[in-house]
Design a protein around this ligand. Sequence first.
Ligand code: PMP
Length: 331
Amino acid sequence: MSNVYKSITELVGRTPLLELSGFEKHHDLKATVIGKLEYFNPNQSVKDRIALSMIEEAEKSGKLKPGDTVVETTSGNTGIGLAAIAAAKGYPFRVYIQDQVSKERFQVIQAFGGKTIKLGDEPVIAKVLEETGGDFVAAIKALKEQVLDKEENVVFLDQCSNPANPAVHKRTTGPEIWEDTDGEVDILVACVGTGGTISGTGAYLKEKNPNVKVVGVQPGPNSLPDKDKNQPEEEITGVHPFEGVAENLIPSTLDRKIYDEYIEVEALEAFEAAREVAANDGILIGTSSGAALYAAKKLAQRPENAGKKIVAIFPDTGLRYLSTNLFATEN
Ligand code: PMP
């Protein structure tokens, strides 16, 4: 039975590249636009890669032992990936999750046996968010120091500072793109959340060819929470500003020297690109994938990029957004 896998851990990575021929034709693009379909991972997102690498690094270093509880804070995909891998490896899992994240994400984590705690329901986090006017960095720091560090047998993976996050992209995502394009990739486009994807993948591709251009994507001003801390009507899930923001909001997993340029995309533009690629190529992608695709389209329309090969990372599936307005219909 040489083709039967023994664990979902063996199914992580080796995702396909797809040229978006219908989308290219629709916009009459003169460059090649390719999506890296991370929803081919066993739990449908790019975060399966870091879930596996952070758990395995913690095992290797002796920090994570049988019976320990794995803990993380996340907007969703990392929680899903970790919940599944923790289930497959037999670790209890607990996640602190933003209150407004779509319902299906909570359901999936709970199906894997994970415990979900809304940030607002954890008293230490709620207090710090209230006192600081919504400073997540301060809230997570307080959670670590005042709650997690005092518990026994708990391992907090912390994707925003864990070197296993960018490292797995350097070891897997980058080489996959290089090999599958026969080294012909010219531009990499990736959204930035923790920055792990762009930093690791970008580092590998630039090592192979220093002329590869790396472009980061961040949400535009209309797609960010306003000053009163109200959520925008539409948002690009999992993606955060990394230019023009306070230094303490930049995760250490983002290498700020890795990108040559950044492009701002509004949520509604991301939705538009996701709908167009669904209608023209038959693939259903999430909001951050739509943002990466919209940025790739902008790059493809520049005269100097005619004939170039642009690879955009598509972090997850549109199926994870059916309760949002991404693919909302009239009836
Ligand atoms: N898209 C989605 C849907 C995500 O969940 C994330 C991670 N929060 C990203 C993009 C950004 O990936 P990274 O953390 O590697 O920068």
